[in-house]
Design a protein around this ligand. Structure first.
Ligand code: HC1
Ligand code: SF4
Length: 558
């Protein structure tokens, strides 16, 4: 084995691409602003500088490890250098930390504290800039940007959207949209992944909680809320539980204390999606038309397809997303209520805010989903209500739409929609067959997965992608005839909704734990298949009669 020396300790080199990864493996949290293992190396922030045995200073993120190398990470020179960088960054940065959306989660704030910066000797030369609040999903504040470029690389390399780029050079350099247009006028799909990697408050998730408090205090309004699958495994870590732990019961109880009148689970909506999508898929398999079928529940993906592949829109499922299906059912159920009824959705996703505002999902100008808040905003609500989350006793959701299935819950992790649909379509209904589906290739955190299953004697070819660049590559290989599929699941966020930009930020292991939390919930669920959820039959025989098309489907083809 090869090894190098880090701060007098021998450390094994095991395929790491740079010495930063080796250093971190050795238990040293070398600071960086611009390094993410899933993005290309930019090497601009210089916070990860180290000194070698000859006294040369270099950035650890862009130096490959070599056997025998001797590295120091914490010399007086390096400490001075890091403090200088931080001071320079802070001199050009707004320092209203207490009122910043990122307060307590900002890397600049954390490192200023870690390195004991007590004063900033330089003057702020940057001009004031206006907030860009044009997007329904995220808010940009250029004055808080430190030019690490993480958002730019995320938007280009992982999402293949390219809505933001570096503009100008030297002291005028900034991150900008083309022609400095408001974000809403660009190709931005609202995935929010740029905010996930932004170390400061320069890009944050839009906070819509103020409007919600207003609704909650209005006695003439009934406020109904639905909770998405991924939220239950994404929220716990910040509220005293372990990452990925399922705290659904506590979320339900907290929402009731906050003042929501009825609480439901979006996985109930997902069960309807499974049935409708499975039927749509079987029909297409018979006719051979518009294959592959692309899933439609991810709104950032739908927007991406509208902008880049309009010819593929006919292949996208006409099923509304589970959030929209449940919302239309809820609004229909309360159609004749005396009170005004608003539906709120708690989502792991920033793009759902945009989906809810689409004209397709409005009736007489009123949206089916009135407000979307993200998991992050739900944490704000809980904190603002002074609730001690860990001391709340878990409660169940309301009836009559309170039954769910394990299939609906696994929607929140990449491959989950596919697995749920296969459960519906496979004619072997044994529990053995159900468990075997998990081993066909649908599970796992990889960005591209393939599975082949037998469906009524026919081999069905499936692809599952997360991250829009992966989706784009797959579409190209289909168009060039290199690949052929019948069913393609697309989620914009790497890992699926559990890694949604509305969730508290986590790493690879965190996403894995969240996924495991959802598979656990499925295992513990006594109803595994969507069609076995009793509310399904009840509504198809009742409220949905003659209204399936109106309430559960959508036409993105204009
Ligand atoms: Fe998702 Fe979905 S799973 S899109 O990933 O189909 O956001 O969690 O709510 O609508 O069910 C998100 C999650 C969510 C919808 C469902
Ligand atoms: Fe790019 Fe997504 Fe950010 Fe929009 S929200 S700028 S598409 S990364």
């Amino acid at each position: 084995t090869e090894f190098m020396v880090i701060d007098n300790m021998p450390v094994e080199i095991n395929g790491e691409r740079n010495i930063l990864d080796v250093i971190r493996k050795a238990g040293i949290d070398l600071p960086t602003f611009c390094y993410y293992s899933e993005l290309s190396v930019y090497g601009a922030c210089r916070m990860c500088v180290v000194e070698d045995q000859w006294g040369t200073i270099q950035a650890a993120c862009s130096t490959p490890p070599k056997a025998g190398m001797e590295i120091r990470t914490n010399t007086p020179r390096l400490r001075k250098y890091r403090k200088m960088i931080l001071e320079l960054l802070l001199s050009n940065h707004c320092r209203d930390c207490t009122t910043c959306e990122k307060n307590g989660k900002c890397k600049l704030q954390e490192l200023a504290q870690r390195f004991g910066i007590k004063q900033v000797r330089f003057h702020n030369t940057s001009e004031d800039s206006e907030l860009d609040t044009s997007s329904l999903c995220i808010v940009r504040d250029k004055s808080k940007c430190i030019l690490c470029g993480d958002c730019v690389r995320m938007c280009n390399e992982v999402q293949n959207v390219g809505a933001i780029e570096f503009a100008f050079r030297g002291s005028k350099m900034c991150v900008s949209t083309a022609f400095d247009e408001p974000l809403a006028n660009t190709k931005c799909v609202g995935c929010g992944q740029c905010s996930v990697v932004c170390p400061t408050g320069a890009i944050v998730v839009r906070n819509d909680t103020a409007k919600l408090w207003k609704e909650l205090s209005d006695n003439n309004t009934k406020v109904i809320v639905q909770i998405a699958p991924a939220v239950r495994v994404g929220i716990g870590k910040e509220l005293g539980f372990s990452e990925g732990q399922n705290v659904m019961g506590r979320i339900v109880a907290a929402l009731r204390r906050i003042g929501f009148d009825e609480v439901f689970d979006t996985s109930t909506g997902a069960d309807f999606t499974v049935l409708e999508e499975a039927e749509e898929f079987s029909k297409r398999l018979l006719t051979g038309e518009n294959l592959p079928l692309f899933t439609s529940c991810c709104p950032a993906w739908v927007r991406y397809a509208e902008q880049n592949y309009p010819q593929l829109l006919k292949n996208i499922s006409t099923c509304r997303s589970p959030m929209q299906m449940l919302a239309s059912i809820l609004k229909e159920h309360h159609r004749n209520d005396e009170k005004r009824v608003v539906v709120v959705a708690v989502m792991p996703c920033t793009a759902k805010k945009q989906e809810a505002a689409r004209d397709e999902f409005k009736e007489d100008g009123v949206p089916y989903v009135d407000y979307v808040i993200t998991t992050q905003e739900l944490i704000h609500l809980i904190k603002e209500a002074n609730l001690i989350f860990s001391e709340i006793e878990p409660e169940a959701v309301d009836m009559p739409f309170g039954t769910t299935s394990g299939s609906g819950v696994i929607f929140g992790v990449t491959g989950g929609v596919t697995e749920a649909v296969i459960r519906r379509l496979s004619d072997d209904k044994s529990s053995f067959a159900l468990r075997a589906i998990a081993f066909t290739g649908v599970r796992g955190m990889q960005g591209v997965k393939e599975a082949r299953i037998d469906c009524n004697g026919r081999e069905v070819k499936i692809a599952i992608v997360s991250g829009l660049k992966n989706a784009d590559d797959l579409i190209r290989s289909i168009q060039q005839g290199e690949k052929q599929y019948d069913f393609v699941e697309v989620m914009s966020c790497p890992g699926g909704c559990i890694g949604g930009a509305g969730q508290p930020v986590t790493n690879r292991d965190g996403k894995y734990n969240r996924g495991a939390g959802l598979y656990n919930a499925d295992r513990m669920s006594n109803i595994k298949r969507s069609e076995e959820n009793p509310i399904i039959k009840e509504l198809y025989d009742g409220m949905l009669k003659g209204k399936v098309h109106k309430l559960l489907h959508v036409n993105y083809l204009k």
